[in-house]
Structure formats: structure tokens, C-alpha cells
Design a protein around this ligand. Structure first.
Ligand SMILES: C[S@@+](CC[C@H](N)C(=O)[O-])C[C@H]1O[C@@H](n2cnc3c(N)ncnc32)[C@H](O)[C@@H]1O
Length: 154
């Protein structure tokens, strides 16, 4: 699953590298970008034009692997519905919702909730996750939720 696929850079790589998989779900909020991703015509792939937060709270799908390069948007710029959906993800994960946080946090936490028991995620996230106070909760969440974390820093 990819929660914010944009024009499908990761989907294209699956195709170029002829990777084997059963099924891919790719989510993208922006219709034009979602159409570009869909036009890659990767086999067994559904590109869904919706808000990831909404998808995350409604789906019964569970995944072996999630890969993502999430949006970096302060919650104060979310509309009311998005804030409610993001807050629901936080609550499902046992975290306290704060409007000081950022979209990449609910993408990482929400994606974690959609994993099968031995699932993995691979995310491009800001290096400041290691420092900023608003990321204290997600840092603790990740540290307890996963039994192994690899950080690749540039
Ligand atoms: C940093 S880009 C990454 C795109 C692609 N994965 C890549 O690496 O090129 C983030 C993407 O998230 C999308 N996006 C923003 N808010 C979203 C939301 N609530 N749900 C799903 N996608 C969203 C944006 O339209 C944008 O395409």
C-alpha cells in the first residue's frame, strides 16, 4: 500500500524492476496526480482518489508492506473533516491528538495500524522526528510498535 502516491513514482519502480506482488493499493488526494499514477497501468493495482485518513479509518484491508513519502502539512491547514479523521487515527493508536503536529505523523501512525502482524513500513520522513517535541508521541509509538527500526540518514 502507498498512502500518498502522487504521480506514482514508487508504482513506476515496481513496474520497471518487474517486482512480484499480489496486489497494490495506492491512495492519492489530488485527482490529477491520481490519474497519472493510474495511467502507469501497473497490474493488480488500484489507485484510489481519496484522503488517506478517511481510507485508513474505513478500510478492512491489511498489508504486508507500506511504502510512502507522505505530505508535510501542519494540521492547522487541514479542513475540519481531515482534522477529525486524523484525530481518530491518533485515538485508535492510543495517542493524544494535538493540532501542533504534522500530516506525516498521522500517515506513519495510520499506515502502521493497517499492517499485518509481521508487516513492515518504509517511509521518507523529516530527520527532525528525532528531535522535535511534537514528534515525542510518534517516536514512542514507533519504538513500542516495531521490534526493529532502521534509519537511513543523508
Ligand atoms: C511528498 S508527495 C509524494 C508523492 C509520491 N509518493 C512521490 O514520492 O513522488 C505527497 C503527496 O501526498 C498527497 N496528499 C496530500 N494530502 C493527502 C491526503 N490527505 N491523502 C492522500 N494523499 C495526500 C499530495 O497530493 C502529494 O501527491
Amino acid at each position: 500500500m502507498e498512502p500518498s502516491c502522487g504521480d506514482g513514482v514508487f508504482l513506476r519502480q515496481l513496474k520497471v524492476q518487474n517486482q512480484k506482488f499480489n496486489k497494490v493499493i495506492a491512495i492519492e488526494l489530488n485527482r490529477a496526480e491520481a490519474e497519472k499514477a493510474d495511467n502507469i497501468h501497473l497490474d493488480n493495482t488500484s489507485v484510489i482518489n481519496t484522503d488517506f485518513h478517511l481510507y485508513c479509518n474505513e478500510t478492512i484491508d491489511q498489508f504486508d508492506f507500506v511504502v510512502g513519502n507522505p505530505p508535510y502539512i501542519c494540521y492547522q491547514y487541514f479542513d475540519e473533516e481531515q482534522q477529525k479523521d486524523a484525530a481518530k487515527i491518533f485515538h485508535r493508536a492510543g495517542l493524544k491528538y494535538t493540532k501542533l503536529t504534522n500530516a506525516w505523523v498521522s500517515f506513519v501512525v495510520g499506515s502502521s495500524l493497517l499492517l499485518k502482524e509481521k508487516g513492515k513500513i518504509g517511509f521518507v520522513i523529516p530527520a527532525k522526528i528525532l528531535q522535535v517535541s511534537y514528534a515525542k508521541q510518534p517516536r514512542e509509538f514507533l519504538a513500542h510498535f516495531y521490534n526493529k527500526i532502521n534509519i537511513i540518514s543523508f
